[in-house]
Write a protein that binds this ligand. Structure first.
Ligand code: PEP
Ligand code: MG
Length: 756
């Protein structure tokens, strides 16, 4: 049963459209449960009124599909949705909520079982099975349908949204809206460019092809190249494999050579899709056919077909075929966009980003914020592969994506985008002014960085220094560890650009969602595993090389601070300091005149808060990484879109933990800064002003916004607001309080799209 369930989920996930997805589900249910009829009702909006519409049916009058409907609170279907639980009846007609639909022809059915289809607490629809005779459906059947509905909910939602997306160029379709999570604020209007990993066949998007004949030629050439590749492989294996296994290579070559095999691809190209898209469809179809074969040996051949498909795709994806020209207003879209993919798009074309996975605290979102790119994360229902070339509008404040927006939506957002530009322009007036409150308290305002491109003239003019340089970024864009000399050059740039202002270089912080392609770290529970300082202390050769490079880079400048990530115990501080001291001594012996750096610890693991006295004694400053601290305090994975709504650095628990830290740190007189993303959020900045922290380190695009907040509130007022926030019980209440205060102070433009 489990295998059958997996197969149906996979099939539904690859369905071309909603009708196909629902039909697959109904066929499977009818075959497995041997019921007389089954149907799916989906929620639809009719003007202001939501209702339940029959979207697929087996065993009924098919004419009723798309026509028969029930009011929101009507019938047994309404009851299932209202209760969000199954309803199982032996004599349905006797139930007071039974509602007879004349078009459906359901008179003969007695037994009724229905389960809700729920995605993120919202009932999308109801799956119903019915039986002529009065049969009582057993617990097993209920459990089976519940499992099926729960597994399929996301795919059904994707198919619903996918259905709303018309082929490119069809202007008649209505706008569809996807609700994701805010990744980076701002609004963007542009054209979707779908990014996908090389050889991820299932993620290849559709793309229109103009020159059909040359696309067919390109495809045939790719098949020939794979044939040659297989020939070479067979040659290499000749002496190593038995003849029976070697015959497989011949079979592959025959498949590749056969016109019949590739006919569906050629047909797909002739219909106007590019070769990778047509190949994806053909391979999916073959896999579907193979997967249905009962014989396990033959069924396994599906993986051979997929393998061949991937090989052909790799040939088609020869670097030259990757899009090198991006539309002037590109919005990148993908299931899982990596930091390197983001970095590859020319900055002047990149207007926005939408990712199906991840959340606002994923690293790719942090990079997007640093670059000032409006971003929506966790858009789980987005049909990525269908969006190539579609027009999109992004509201990065609320996490909304509008596909094929109507003229009215476009106009509304163009107006908001214009106001945003005006607001940014107005904020530029703050560039030369000091970061000081109206009652004369000044705060250091540092920048978070990691991409070379981020150090621009505006950053140099506004930031008091760099409060967090994420050194993993230059490590991520290489294919091996950078050498000491390469690293020296990388670090010299920010140190020199900002001298004599301080530059805080953080030691390599890899693990969890920050992976190096050449040093993958896999773990069942990566956020609690080998991360940050734990990795570099286990590899002193990597740590020492990095420290030496940092010290050499600071020669003659004297503005280097080194920051240690993921510290969870005092021994890690002691070991790190010992290695920094060793590297410094080595360099002095070698005649390098590097000044001993200031050393700081990141507080991002709760245990560090409770050991702050022991830590503070050993270092020069403390910097709070609220991104990780929130994840560990609230037990919410910062990258998991499913729980992203539970992740909030403004939760009273986080705020009270920070107050505890501040109080315990006070006797040690060591500067306290905040470098997590919430420091760059105007709401967070207001609270930290009240807390009396010494510095905030924020992404380049937030510097002026935060400066505006600091210049608008006295410390006394900020302290009053903080005192109110600390006794609230939920982050929603904290946010409402802070938003109200910002609105009242005339800073509403900082928290929503537009200026007014
Ligand atoms: C943090 O955790 O808050 C932080 C600044 O580090 P990163 O986001 O790079 O993990
Ligand atoms: Mg961190």
């Amino acid at each position: 049963m489990l295998a059958a369930l997996r197969r149906i989920v996979k099939k539904v996930s690859h369905a071309e459209c909603l009708d196909e997805a629902l039909q697959l589900i109904l066929n499977f249910v009818q075959e497995t449960l041997k019921v007389d009829a089954c149907s799916v009702y989906l929620a639809e909006q009719e003007g202001e009124q939501p209702r339940w519409v029959l979207r697929a049916a087996e065993g009924f009058n098919c004419q009723a599909v798309g026509e028969a409907c029930l009011a929101w609170d009507q019938g047994l279907v309404g009851l299932v949705a209202e209760r969000a639980e199954p309803v199982n009846l032996q004599h349905a007609a006797e139930h007071p909520r039974y509602c007879y639909l004349p078009d459906l022809g359901e008179e003969p059915f007695e037994a009724f079982l229905a389960v809700p289809i729920i995605h993120r607490r919202k009932v999308l629809g109801v799956l119903v099975v019915q039986q002529r005779e009065n049969r009582s459906f057993g617990e097993d059947t209920v459990a089976f349908l519940l499992t099926l509905a729960a597994q399929l909910a996301t795919h059904i939602l994707q198919a619903i949204v996918g259905d709303e997306v018309a082929p490119t160029g069809d202007k008649k379709k209505l706008t569809s809206v996807i609700h994701g999570l805010s990744g980076a604020s701002g609004v963007a209007i542009g054209e979707a460019v779908v990014l996908y990993s090389p050889a991820a066949l299932e993620r290849v998007p559709d793309r229109e092809v103009v020159d059909i004949e040359s696309e067919i030629t390109r495809f045939r050439a790719a098949c020939e190249a794979v044939q040659a590749e297989i020939g070479v492989l067979a040659g290499l294996m000749k002496d190593k494999l038995p003849a029976k296994e070697l015959a497989l290579f011949d079979a592959y070559k025959m498949m590749l050579k056969s016109e019949d095999t590739w006919q569906p691809v050629i047909e797909g190209i002739r219909k106007g899709n590019w070769a990778p898209g047509a190949l994806r469809d053909a391979i999916e179809e073959y896999s579907r056919i193979f997967a249905e074969i009962e014989d396990p040996y033959l069924r396994e051949r599906a993986s051979d077909v997929r393998d061949l498909g991937k090989r052909v795709l790799m040939q088609l994806q020869d670097k030259k075929q990757q899009p090198t020209v991006f539309p002037a207003k590109t919005i990148i879209v993908g299931d899982e966009i990596s930091a390197t993919q983001l970095a590859e798009v020319p900055h002047e074309c990149l207007k926005g980003m939408v990712s199906r996975s991840g959340s606002g605290s994923s690293h790719v979102a942090i990079l997007a914020r640093a670059l000032g790119i409006p971003t929506v994360m966790g858009a789980t229902e987005m049909p990525s592969s269908r969006l190539e070339g579609h027009s999109l509008v992004i509201d990065g404040y609320r996490g909304h994506v509008f596909i094929d927006p109507s003229a009215a939506v476009r106009n509304q957002f163009s107006k908001l985008a214009k106001e945003e530009r005006e607001l940014s322009h107005d904020l530029e007036g703050l560039m030369a002014l000091p970061t000081v409150t109206p009652d004369g308290v000044s705060l250091s305002l540092f920048a978070n960085t990691g991409l070379q491109a981020e150090i621009n003239p505006q950053l140099l003019q506004v930031a008091d220094g760099i409060g967090l340089y994420r050194t993993e970024v230059p490590f991520q864009v290489r294919s091996r560890f950078p050498s000491e000399a390469e690293q020296r050059e990388i670090y010299r740039a920010p140190l020199e650009a900002f001298a004599p202002r301080p530059v805080v270089l953080r030691t390599l912080d890899i693990g969890a969602d920050k992976q190096l392609p050449y040093f993958p770290i896999e773990a069942e529970n990566p956020a609690l595993g080998w991360r940050g300082i734990r990795v570099t202390l286990d590899h002193p050769e990597i740590f020492l090389t990095q420290i030496r490079a940092m010290l050499k880079a600071s020669e003659g400048l004297d503005n280097l601070s080194i920051l240690l990530p993921m510290i969870s115990r005092v021994e890690e501080v002691m070991d790190s300091v010992a290695l920094i001291w060793q590297a410094h001594q080595e360099l002095l012996d070698e005649g390098v005149e590097a000044v001993y750096p200031r050393i700081g610890v990141m507080v991002e693991v709760p245990s560090a808060i409770y050991q702050i006295a022991a830590i503070a004694k050993r270092v020069d400053f403390i910097s709070v990484g609220t991104n990780d601290l929130t994840q560990y305090l609230m037990a919410v994975d910062r990258n998991n879109a499913r729980v992203a709504e539970l992740y909030d650095s403004l939760h009273p628990a986080v705020l009270n933990a920070l107050m505890h830290l501040k109080t315990d740190l006070t006797p040690y007189n060591k500067p306290l800064g905040i470098c997590g993303e919430i420091a760059g959020d105007p709401l967070g900045a207001l609270l930290f002003l009240g807390m009396g922290v010494d510095s905030l380190s924020v992404s380049g695009s937030s510097l002026l916004r935060v400066k505006w907040v600091i210049r608008s509130f006295t410390v006394e007022k900020a302290q009053q607001i903080l005192a109110q926030a600390l006794v609230l019980e939920s982050s929603t209440e904290v946010r409402l309080l802070l938003e109200r205060e910002l609105e009242q102070a005339g800073l509403g433009g900082l928290i929503r799209a537009g200026k007014h």
